[in-house]
Design a protein around this ligand. Structure first.
Ligand code: EPZ
Length: 426
């Protein structure tokens, strides 16, 4: 098992090339199933979740080759439509391949992904929409059985702008008959990236980034070459780290428009933010301003994936901040760990009241999910003394070389083998 050891208080200075987006890569890798022949995707992050997705594609019969940050996928030999339970259990967002597999017109069997540590994460919106497209879906004993049928475009209104459901419907309707209109669609930038990839393959998708996405089915998709967008959440994580410690960091490959509410939140918290050619610059004296009320919302609102990191940054603000989590029901798992480091946070349901303190102290803490783990690293970078962060495997699911990136900026951080991992008392 691994642990992350951080000696805090170093300021961060330097230039970061932001990794490719995990949440754009996963649906685009699933979309490669639709393309006949060899498709090449660049700027894929080297993270565990991508490894799981590539193994999943291999198990389905795709030929997958990795060359640095590029992946070459040939799905011509796709021959298996049963997705092994262990893979689905490892990564709940593997449900994203369902729409793509249905588009290949074969029977599919996949285990119900179930929840994860941040919430129950049901897939009712996915299944309801796919049935509207004509998919013959039966749920039995924890499995989802889908009969191969020629899917037909439909007018679908989502009860909630679910990112995954929007992506699954786009994938299922790309080669369906007729036209599919998705109303109350999720507007995240990762969906614009999916649209860009599919249209590069000859699909006809429009409206991504708005609440109405239209997909006109085409007989088949050709292969193409595509480069994944930068990861706005990774960028936001490094911004929060820099404001926490103080310093001056240039984040290459992201734009203010792309990171939207994260940029505005950093400004509100007192960071000096500037747009420059090919990236964003953050400068900070380490003094964090409180934020009266921060509420997570679907895009373009403040993203839930940045809530743990910003909540952590607000732990050293000079005042009280209120953070409300409205997307997932269990996304405060970093808080009990932060209390061990000297933070002053109380929670009432889905609301955290964060009273800024002048110091955080190094401690032994345990990451319980991806973004909570990143938040603990941010806290440790500011804390006085040494911190040991366990549960590093969660962090490596979504961050490509996070310790190397931070070390290059001046942090005293390393991820090491932990011979005997003692679970921190939570
Ligand atoms: C995507 O998850 C992201 N994952 C998540 O990032 C992100 O937090 C989330 O979108 C919201 O932005 C990937 O893209 C791989 P949703 P997804 O469907 O698609 C409820 C990270 O840290 N819902 O938009 O699963 C659901 O329970 C990860 O990188 C239903 O009720 O999110 C949740 O409360 C975490 N029924 C809300 O909608 C459904 O059928 C948002 O879920 C589907 C969702």
């Amino acid at each position: 098992m691994l642990k992350c050891v951080v000696n805090g208080s170093n300021k961060l200075y330097g230039d970061v090339r932001v990794q490719g987006s995990k949440n754009a890569s996963l649906p685009i890798l699933a979309a490669a199933i639709l393309c006949e022949g060899e498709t090449v995707i660049h700027n894929i992050p080297d993270i565990t979740d991508i490894g799981i997705m590539l193994n999943l594609l291999r198990e389905l019969g795709c030929k997958v080759t990795e060359e640095g940050k590029s992946v070459i996928i040939n799905s011509m030999e796709l021959n298996c439509m049963y997705v092994r339970d262990e893979l689905v259990a490892q990564m709940r967002s593997s449900i994203i391949i369902l729409g793509a597999l249905l588009s290949r017109g074969q029977d599919v069997k996949i285990s119900y992904p179930g929840g994860c540590s941040i919430g129950l994460r049901p897939i009712d919106l996915h299944l309801k929409a796919l049935k509207k497209l004509g998919a013959d879906i039966r749920e039995e004993n924890g499995y989802i059985f889908c009969k191969a049928t020629r899917l037909k475009g439909a007018d679908i209104s989502l009860d909630f702008p679910s990112v995954g459901a929007t992506e699954n419907i786009i994938l299922a309707s790309a080669t369906a008959e007729g036209t599919c209109v998705i109303r109350n669609a999720a507007k995240e930038p990762e969906i614009i990236d999916l649209q860009g990839y599919l249209n590069a393959c000859g699909a006809r998708v429009s409206g991504a980034g708005t609440d109405t996405v239209t997909v006109t089915g085409v007989p088949k998709l050709r292969c193409s070459e595509y480069t994944i967008m930068a990861d706005r959440i990774a960028a936001g994580t490094y911004m929060a780290a820099c404001h926490m410690t103080g310093g001056d960091v240039f984040l290459r490959g992201v734009t203010r428009e792309g990171i939207g509410a994260i940029y505005d939140t950093m400004l509100a918290a007192g960071a000096d933010m500037r747009e420059q050619r090919d990236g964003l610059r953050i400068s900070s004296d380490g003094r964090v301003k409180p934020i009266d009320k921060l509420t997570t919302m679907p895009y373009p609102g403040f993203p839930t994936d940045m809530q743990p990191q910003i909540s952590t940054m607000l732990c050293v603000a000079d005042g009280v901040s209120i953070v409300k989590e409205t997307i997932f029901e269990n996304r405060f798992r970093h808080i009990v760990q932060l209390l061990k480091m000297g933070a002053d946070i109380t929670t009432e349901g889905n609301t955290a009241i964060i009273k800024g303190v002048s110091h955080l102290y190094g401690a032994r803490v345990y990451a319980e999910d991806l973004r909570a783990g990143a938040a603990l690293i941010i806290a440790a970078l500011r804390a006085e003394g040494q911190s040991e962060i366990y549960g590093v495997n969660y962090i490596l699911r979504g961050y490509d070389d996070i310790d190397g990136t931070l070390r290059a900026l001046g942090a005293d951080i390393k991820i090491v083998e932990n011979i005997k991992e003692e679970r921190a008392s939570v």
